[in-house]
Design a protein around this ligand. Structure first.
Ligand code: CU
Length: 332
């Protein structure tokens, strides 16, 4: 019986490995539910990486196992292995293929990142300049100069950011305004969400379903990273540097916001929630909070009345365990 030619065996092995890898990629169930329009972009990319990774794993591990069996030392064999050295064509091939794969994945990931608004600090800044210019915007790229405190360093930094991230079409991005802008401040150990158009500050992120949301990230102390797994949204919040991403939520519900950059002792507790509302619920939330928060400054003023410390503390004197005259002395 004639042997099957090696080229035919290689071809069949290649086809089988390809089919298995495609199957693994298509049926993977490793990621959480998709709750944003951007999630499928990220998941497609993940799927391609998983397909390539599975193929490489099968190829490399398969070759190791196969060769360990086929080229094992037989009884009585005391000779050396055959002196194989250099194969330029093979080396070129196994350098070129990974290089093409890595460059391809790099280009693809940059495309997704820019479609999510990751390269937008310059155009995002320009966008905010004509949209929100009258209000001071902590953390926006353009806000520092508008705050009336431009320094040479800031301006140089602006230019640097603009050149570094000048990919895409800023004019097009400026046209393409987000429906909602939220400024997100990361600090040890909390997230603070400010809605510049609504004058609302919140410890949770509330967004309406189906609207494009631009998050502008900043950090007040160390690097934090804003992550919503179900949105596939992840972006660093960096002190002194504006970053941002865009998303459109596609599922109502409550999802976790996680800080995913080790930022200090209580990093693990730096979590909050994003709540995706129906448009009506969101309007309701905005109205409730606008009223509540506009009331606050007056209440705060009312608190600062002209009572002395002793008078102010008097109702609590019993709880503290002192009598009124002692309190008088203590608060002199
Ligand atoms: Cu953090």
């Amino acid at each position: 019986m004639k042997e099957i030619p090696a080229s035919i065996i290689s071809l069949i092995t290649g086809i089988i490995i390809t089919l298995i890898s495609l199957w693994v990629g298509q049926t993977q169930d490793l990621l959480p539910v998709q709750a944003s329009e951007q999630a499928p972009l990220v998941d497609d990319f993940f799927r391609i990486m998983l397909i390539i990774g599975t193929a490489l794993f099968l190829l490399v591990q398969g070759a190791i196992i196969l060769f360990a069996i086929q080229f094992r030392q037989r009884p009585g064999d005391q000779g050396d292995g055959s002196p194989v050295r250099e194969n330029l064509a093979l080396e070129v091939l196994w350098t070129a293929i990974p290089a093409i794969i890595v460059i391809g994945l790099g280009v693809y990931s940059v495309d997704i990142y820019s479609r999510m608004g990751g390269f937008d600090p310059s155009s995002g800044g320009a966008m905010m300049a004509h949209h929100h210019a009258p209000k001071a915007q902590p953390g926006s790229a353009i806000a520092a100069p508008l705050d009336g405190t431009p320094s040479g360093e800031d301006l140089a930094h602006e230019n640097l950011v603009a050149t570094q991230y000048g990919i895409g079409n800023p004019a097009e991005a400026a046209e393409n305004l987000a429906d909602l802008t939220v400024n997100v401040l990361g600090l040890q150990y909390a997230w603070i969400f400010t809605y510049p158009d609504e004058n609302i500050t919140s410890g949770e992120l509330h967004v309406p379903i189906g609207k494009s949301v631009q998050v502008n990230l900043s950090a007040s102390d160390v690097i934090h990273s804003f992550w919503v797994p179900e949105f596939r949204l992840k972006q660093d919040a960096i002190p002194g540097q504006s970053t941002g991403l865009r998303f459109v939520a596609t599922k109502t519900g409550t999802f976790q916001v996680v800080c995913t950059e080790l930022c200090g002792a209580y990093h693990g507790s730096m979590r909050t929630q994003v709540i995706v509302h129906t448009p009506e619920e969101y309007e309701q939330w905005v109205n409730d909070n606008r009223i509540a928060q506009q009331g606050n400054p007056k209440e705060a003023l009312a608190m600062a009345d002209d009572r002395s410390d002793a008078d102010f503390l008097a109702p609590y004197a019993e709880d503290i365990g002192v009598d009124a005259s002692l309190l008088e002395t203590l608060t002199q």
